[in-house]
Design a protein around this ligand. Structure first.
Ligand SMILES: [Zn+2]
Length: 185
């Protein structure tokens, strides 16, 4: 998903601004990107270490403030529907109801992340609590990206009216990251 987010960043802020995100990278990390290419040459199906992703997320968060929450919301509003229509169509078909999302989100998380255990509890009609435990690769912006990815996946299921409330976060002294998602059609 890093590539899709950077492509969105290219469109929204221009390529030069995207290239600037790489300015905080160490020489080793910089060798993994190509600032002359769209999305910095980041590939879809390739895993990138935190040494690449964290300094770029730091830059986005520093520019936008509020841990990059606004970026996470705006980017996912466009990126999630596009991904659902594209390469992630099969994945979306698996989770296209709250019950299936809750059932499969842990397995899907492990396909996209190397650390953390994701789970979801549907605690009442229209209320889901999403949890991430042991996420050593946590970054505050990645936390918001996860939250808004979830929200816009529910949106794509037809739950157009939703709110997210982050209950706890390891970046704010929490033992885990926990978000309450309220949703209705
Ligand atoms: Zn968090």
């Amino acid at each position: 998903m890093v590539r899709e987010l950077l492509l969105w960043h290219d469109r929204r802020f221009g390529h030069e601004e995207t290239a600037r995100l790489a300015s905080g990278l160490s020489p080793d990390a910089l060798a993994r990107v190509d600032t002359s290419q769209p999305a910095l040459g980041i590939l879809s199906a390739t895993w990138y270490p935190m040494s690449v992703t964290h300094p770029m997320m730091d830059a986005v968060a520093a520019r936008g403030g509020n841990e990059g929450r606004e970026f996470a919301m705006q980017a996912n509003r466009e990126v999630v529907p596009r991904m659902i229509r594209g390469v992630y169509r099969t994945m979306f078909d698996v989770v296209a109801s709250p019950e299936n999302y809750a059932r499969h989100v842990g397995r899907l998380w492990r396909r996209l992340h190397t650390t953390g255990e994701r789970s979801m509890v549907l605690r009442a009609p229209g209320e889901a609590v999403s949890r991430i435990d042991g996420w050593t690769g946590h970054h505050p912006l990645a936390c918001w990206l996860t939250i808004y990815t979830m929200a816009y996946v529910f949106d794509a299921m037809g739950y157009r009216h939703w709110t997210v409330e982050r209950l706890t976060c390891v970046a704010h002294g929490g033992e885990r990251c926990e978000t309450l998602l309220r949703f209705k059609k």
